[in-house]
Design a protein around this ligand. Structure first.
Ligand code: EZ4
Ligand code: CO
Length: 402
């Protein structure tokens, strides 16, 4: 089998998605996600101008060699644009392999290791009361694990608090919106949220929280300690992780489990975190870290060090990514949990898919490949629209992490 052609598909059914479609000489095609929120067209150009010409004529079954050709062979390595482009190729090739062999991708990764993939949903509200109402709504939908975020008194906007009830989308059309931040107000507020949730929902529900890279290690230690009575499933991205040693300090101060890595691109971003057992869950995800071929290696390293996976699964990852994540999650032994933010009906219509939510689990579907298609005619109705994630400033105007 040979790769005949490939093209990048760009659509905006409410938000922008970059999809790679690779076609073979046997009529089978594969799909890969290359969406990078706020920098979508950089990946599209990387693929169209620099990667696709190198793919033509190659054997799509040679996923390992093609991966190294694009990573090692490019000389300039790593980074979110490069690794999202490589991921799009890798996902599409595994989709082709599955279709050619007439089997779901999970069977090529070791087969099913569990009957379903436990997912967590996002409950958020303008205050603690409203967040608690949302948590209740998610429990009624069957979720066993719920991420809770709430607005912070005195701050006009907060990460994770949406305008819509079911669909949270942090990117906005036009230029980057500006948010305002206060670490003190945040640290004083969050424990009250989880105190209330434990009183109302008891001990069994898995509760998660995303700090979104906004604390210093010692502040994160304080937050982790103050949340210990409410035994969170995890505290996510407590500090920015360019300096991996920062997590050592967080670890020394709290038994609240730590998850990190949705913005990581390669195994090198997580190497010290994993081998030193400074984290409990690695959040790297297929689309931003080189696809199955690379994430498999990350998961295997993690397995040796008591670290489980918790793949990123926000709405800026397309249904192709979500399907790919489910095939990966159901196959590996050290799966922890999968994030699941529902896409809008418009997005689901562009990407018809076989995965399904059932009583707190997602099931990848039994069809060949990834089980996702792409409606090119419908997608063409929604051309690219410039959109950015917010930027964040402290109360005095200092530029801060978003
Ligand atoms: O802010 O995917 O855990 N989920 C997250 C997401 C990220 C977005 C950024 O594009 O942190 O909501
Ligand atoms: Co996050």
């Amino acid at each position: 089998m040979k790769i005949l052609s490939a093209k990048v598909l760009v659509t905006c059914p409410g938000r922008n998605f970059i999809t790679l479609k690779i076609e073979t000489d046997q009529g089978i095609y594969g799909l890969g996600d290359g969406t990078l929120n706020g920098r979508e067209l950089a990946v599209a150009s990387y693929l169209t101008d620099h990667v696709i010409p190198c793919l033509i004529g190659r054997d799509p079954f040679q996923t390992e060699d093609i991966w190294h050709y694009l990573y090692r062979g490019a000389y300039w390595r790593r980074g979110p644009v490069t690794m999202s482009a490589i991921a799009a190729v890798d996902m599409a090739l595994w989709d082709i392999k599955g279709k050619a062999l007439n089997t779901p991708v999970y069977n090529l990764l070791g087969g099913k290791s569990r009957h379903g993939v436990m997912v967590y949903g996002h409950a958020n509200g303008k205050d603690i009361e409203q967040t608690a109402e949302e948590v209740a709504r998610y429990t009624e939908m069957g979720y066993m694990a719920i991420r809770a975020q709430s607005g912070i008194p005195g701050l006009p906007s907060t990460y994770g608090v949406s305008k819509d009830r079911l669909f949270y989308e942090p990117a906005e059309k036009g230029l980057p919106p500006e948010n305002v931040w206060s670490t003190e107000k945040y640290l004083n507020h969050v424990p009250k949220l989880f105190e209330k949730l434990r009183v109302q929902f008891g001990s069994d529900l898995h509760l998660l929280h995303d700090v979104h890279h906004r604390l210093t290690p010692i502040e994160a230690g304080r937050l982790g300690k103050s949340l210990e009575p409410y035994h969170l499933f995890w505290m996510e991205d407590p500090v920015p992780a360019e300096m991996q040693e920062g997590l050592k300090l967080v670890r020394q101060h709290t038994t609240t489990p730590i998850a990190i890595g949705e913005v990581f691109n390669t195994i090198w971003d997580a190497q010290q975190l994993i081998t030193n057992q400074w984290i409990d869950y690695i959040r790297m995800t297929l689309v931003h870290s080189g696809g199955f071929t690379h994430l498999r290696k990350v998961a295997d390293l993690a397995a040796l060090h008591h670290v489980q996976t918790g793949c990123h699964g926000a709405t800026d990852l397309s249904p192709v990514s979500m399907a790919a994540a489910l095939h990966f999650d159901i196959a590996i032994n050290n799966f922890g949990i999968q994030e699941y933010m529902r896409h809008t009906p418009e997005t689901d219509a562009v990407f018809p898919h076989t995965y399904k939510f059932d009583k707190g689990y997602l099931l990848p579907g039994e069809g060949p490949g990834l089980g996702v298609d792409y409606d090119e005619k419908l997608a063409a109705k929604w051309p690219y629209e410039r959109a950015y994630l917010p930027v964040n400033r402290k109360l005095d105007g200092t530029m801060f992490h978003w």
